[in-house]
Design a binder for this molecule. Structure first.
Ligand code: NCD
Ligand code: ZN
Length: 419
C-alpha cells in the first residue's frame, strides 16, 4: 500500500476511527487497521472526502485582475475543495468551440485542483462541437455579470433537449429577466426589490412547465424553491452567502450579488431546509470582483462575492456549532456534485480517487481576508469563525499540509482525465 491515512473517518454520515489505504491515487481499502509503507496518523481529527464545488468563476480569460486558475485553484485547495466547475461568463465568453479550446489550452497546467469548464450557447450546433470537452451547459435566464442571456422558453427547451441528447448536465441561473427591473439601486434592500423572489419563483415554475427534469437550479435563495425543484425532478444548489448573509448584514455593495441576498427570515428558512437535506448540492458561486471595484458606490459596484476558500471552513464551523449535520454537509458538498458530474470522488469508498480533507475540530480561526488566496483581496465573511483543512490529498498526492500548500499544479480537466 502506497499510503495509509488513519483518523476519524466520515463514512455514510458517521465518524469511525479507521484507516484509508491508497494505491495509485485511489482508495484501495478502508479498514480498522491497515499496514502501509507511508503512514499519516491524524488521531482524533476528521478525515472526510474533499469537496467538489460545482460553481466558480475563475475569470480567465479577460478578467484576470479579479482571479485566474492559479490563484482560484490555490484558494480552492486551501478551502478543502479539489474539484471546481468554472462558469462561462468570461471575456470572451465560453460560447463556441474555438473559445472553449483556447480556454482549455490557456488553463492547462495552471491549476492545483481538478476542474471542468461550463459552456453557454443558444446554438445547438455549437453545443454539439463543445460537448466532448465541456463539463456542462449553463443557461442564464437573468442578466448578470457578462452578456450571456437566454430567457426564451422555446430556446431553453431546445437547448435542454440538445444537452440531454449529448449527455451534458445543465445548470440554470434561474431569475426571470422580465421580472427584474433596471435602474440604480443604492442599498441591498433596493437591489432585492429590483430582483424579487418572484423572479426566481417564476423562472423555476417555467422550467418545471418545460419538463426540465434533471436540470440543476443554481444558487437557490428560498426554501420554497427547494421544494419546487424537488417536485419537478430538478436538482438544486445553495450557496454559502444565501445561507449566511442577508439584507441585514450591513455589507453594502460588498453584499451585492445575483440572485440577491434575501431578508433574514428567508435566509434562516433556507438554512433550516438545507440542514435537513433539502438542497442537492452546495456551490460557492465564487464570483470574485476586486476589492476596489466592490468599494464603488452601490449602483456601480459589480455583483458577486468570493467564496470557494471559505465555503467548507464556514460550514464545518456551523457543523461544530451543531447547526448542520456533518453527514448532510458531506452529501451536498462532496458526494452529490461528484455523482452528478460523473467524477469518482466524494466518498471514502474503495475505488474512489483519494481526494481527502482533514479537519481539526479543536482548531478554528477567524477569517482574515489578507490571508486568503483569491486575487480579489476581500471576503464578506471577515471575522467569522471558520475551520480550515489541515491536510488535503488529491489523487493520493499531498497537496496541502499543516494548512499550507505543499503540492504542484497537477489539476486536470475532468474531461481529459481517465478517472
Ligand atoms: C456572477 C459573476 O460575477 O460572475 N455574479 C453574481 O452575482 N453571482 C455571475 C452570476 O453567477 O450570476
Ligand atoms: Zn455564478
Amino acid at each position: 500500500m502506497d499510503l495509509v491515512l488513519e483518523g476519524r473517518l466520515l463514512i455514510n454520515g458517521e465518524l469511525t476511527q479507521g484507516c484509508v489505504g491508497i494505491d495509485n491515487g485511489r482508495i484501495s481499502a478502508v479498514k480498522k487497521v491497515l499496514r502501509g509503507d507511508r503512514r499519516i496518523d491524524v488521531g482524533y481529527r476528521i478525515v472526510m472526502p474533499a469537496a467538489m464545488d460545482p460553481h466558480v468563476h475563475f475569470r480567465q480569460p479577460g478578467m484576470t485582475h479579479k482571479e485566474d486558475f492559479h490563484t482560484g485553484s490555490l484558494a480552492a485547495l486551501h478551502g478543502g475543495v479539489t474539484t471546481v466547475l468554472d462558469m462561462p461568463n468570461t471575456n470572451p465568453p465560453t460560447d463556441r468551440p474555438r473559445n472553449l479550446m483556447d480556454k482549455r489550452r490557456m488553463v492547462k497546467g495552471s491549476s492545483f485542483v481538478d476542474y471542468g469548464l461550463f459552456v453557454a450557447t443558444s446554438m445547438p450546433r455549437r453545443l454539439e462541437g463543445m460537448a466532448p470537452y465541456a463539463a456542462g451547459l449553463k443557461i442564464f435566464m437573468g442578466s448578470t455579470t457578462g452578456s450571456l442571456l437566454d430567457n426564451d422558453d422555446g430556446s431553453i427547451r431546445q437547448m435542454i433537449n440538445k444537452a440531454m441528447e449529448l449527455d451534458l448536465p445543465v445548470s440554470v441561473h434561474a431569475e426571470d429577466d422580465s421580472l427584474i427591473t433596471e435602474g440604480e439601486a443604492s442599498s441591498l434592500k433596493e437591489h432585492l426589490q429590483q430582483r424579487p423572489a418572484e423572479a426566481e419563483f417564476n423562472a423555476v415554475r417555467r422550467l418545471a412547465a418545460l419538463r426540465a427534469a434533471g436540470v440543476n437550479v443554481c444558487h437557490v435563495t428560498r426554501s420554497e424553491v427547494l421544494d419546487m425543484t424537488a417536485a419537478a425532478g430538478m436538482s438544486s444548489e445553495v450557496s454559502p452567502h444565501h445561507l449566511l448573509l442577508d439584507t441585514g448584514c450591513g455589507l453594502g455593495s460588498g453584499g451585492k450579488v445575483n440572485p440577491p441576498l434575501r431578508q433574514p427570515q428567508a435566509r434562516e428558512a433556507l438554512f433550516r431546509a438545507a440542514a435537513v437535506g433539502k438542497a442537492t448540492m452546495l456551490g460557492s458561486d465564487h464570483a470574485p470582483h476586486h476589492v476596489d471595484e466592490k468599494a464603488e458606490e452601490f449602483a456601480l459596484a459589480p455583483s458577486g462575492v468570493p467564496g470557494v476558500e471559505t465555503m467548507m471552513p464556514l460550514m464545518m464551523s456551523a457543523v461544530k456549532r451543531g447547526e448542520l449535520p456533518l453527514g448532510t454537509l458531506a452529501e451536498m458538498a462532496c458526494a452529490a456534485p461528484a455523482r452528478r458530474f460523473g467524477v469518482p470522488k466524494g466518498a471514502i469508498e474503495e475505488g474512489m480517487l483519494a481526494d481527502l480533507a482533514v479537519y481539526d475540530p479543536r482548531e478554528t480561526e477567524t477569517i482574515d481576508a489578507s490571508r486568503l488566496h483569491s486575487k480579489c483581496g476581500w471576503s464578506p465573511y471577515e471575522g467569522r469563525e471558520a475551520m480550515f483543512p489541515r491536510l488535503v490529498l488529491m489523487g493520493g498526492e499531498l497537496q496541502l499540509s499543516r494548512g499550507e500548500v505543499c503540492g504542484e499544479r497537477i489539476g486536470r480537466d475532468i474531461k481529459d482525465a481517465t478517472f
